[in-house]
Design a protein around this ligand. Structure first.
Ligand code: SF4
Length: 350
């Protein structure tokens, strides 16, 4: 029998669910794409990417056979590019090992790159109707409030308590609706800073509301402030072309193209660091001219300020497979991270 909370949530979802493009389908590949895009990214941002993606890669097989550069180009702007690389690799595994059919069990889904416990639960419950919970940060917040969970939700014991709760509440045969109801409740009513308890369909069952502690739940360790790094980037020009380098696939923004960068070393100016890195890493002699732009970007675990310098090639080849001399008009053909794309746009501006 279902828990009264699940019953009420599923009824509320039937009447008030958000109309989202991935809710019009049971195609497991489409639901998988949406779930990967929604990790770390807001719904409104995801919608146009999701729709474009499925026009370009409507099936697992089409995605698997596409070159990585095209996959990254279609992901450009969504950030966290490991998601795109994993999705591409996982699509190839699905084609090679599963005959193009997305695997149907939690254990099999979790063998695919980029699919963790949450995403496996979401795909299994929404696409295949399995009785699986899907517990992400939003759902943890909602459950911590509903059941007044006092453990730190980021601790192992807090995580375990919430998982037990989430699993015990799954209504048999309705896990997809239940998980999505919790997602919608967390996104539209039980929001992080200002929960709208007056509009909440499960207010009478909420322990944190009853105790007046909803703003104190979930309990969470204070996050340490993220470090601020500084680096130089060079717009190195040679005969009307500009040098781009492709980032190694195992690194941050792997597979994307970038203007050559040099992290700042102690007692070294940005300009000197850039000239040194060009010499040591690319075998190039360059003249570093003036700083033309400063670009700030926030990643999940650090902030970066990029000091962008105009540079002139002097000698050397930089001819490796990961180096290209590119005309300004062709910069759009190369998938880039946000900061590099901003620099490229400035170069193209009249
Ligand atoms: Fe969240 Fe308030 Fe609803 Fe409790 S009553 S689940 S705190 S919105």
């Amino acid at each position: 029998m279902s828990h009264p909370l699940s019953t009420r949530l599923v009824l509320w979802y039937a009447r008030h669910q958000r109309q989202l493009p991935w809710r019009k389908t049971r195609d497991p590949y489409h639901i998988w794409v949406a779930e990967i895009m929604l990790q770390q990214t807001q719904v409104e941002t995801v919608i146009p990417y999701y729709e474009r993606w499925l026009k370009r890669f409507p099936t697992v097989a089409r995605l698997a056979s596409a070159p990585l550069a095209e996959v990254l180009t279609n992901w450009e702007g969504l950030g966290y590019y490991a998601r795109a690389r994993n999705l591409h690799q996982a699509a190839q595994i699905v084609v090679e090992q599963w005959g193009g059919q997305v695997p149907r069990t939690l254990a099999d889904l979790r063998t695919l790159p980029g699919i963790g416990t949450y995403t496996a639960g979401a795909i299994a419950s929404i696409a295949f109707g399995l009785d699986a919970a899907a517990l992400d940060g939003n759902l943890k917040r909602v459950l911590a409030r509903l059941f007044d969970v006092r453990q730190d939700v980021k601790s192992a014991e807090g995580e375990k308590a919430l998982r037990r709760l989430a699993e015990s509440l799954v209504p048999p045969g309705q896990a997809g609706e239940y998980n999505q109801a919790l997602m919608d409740l967390g996104a539209t009513i039980c929001t992080p800073r200002t929960p709208r308890c007056e509009a909440c369909p499960v207010q009478s069952l909420c322990r944190a509301y009853r105790l007046g502690v909803q703003l104190e739940r979930p309990v969470s360790r204070r996050r340490a402030p993220i470090p601020h790094r500084q680096a130089a980037a060079g717009v190195i020009r040679k005969n009307g072309r500009i040098l781009l380098v492709q980032r190694p696939s195992e690194q941050l923004l792997g597979g994307l193209w970038a203007f050559p960068q040099a992290p700042r070393r102690a007692r070294e100016s940005f300009a000197a660091g850039l000239a040194r890195a060009a010499r040591e890493e690319l075998g190039l002699g360059i003249a570093v001219l003036s700083e033309i732009h400063r670009q700030a970007q926030t990643f999940s675990h650090f902030r970066l300020t990029l000091h962008v310098f105009e540079c002139r090639w002097q000698n050397g080849k930089a001819s490796g497979a990961n180096c290209r001399w590119v005309r300004i008009s062709a910069l759009d053909d190369y998938p880039m991270g946000k900061a590099d794309r901003q620099i490229a746009r400035r170069l193209r501006a009249p």
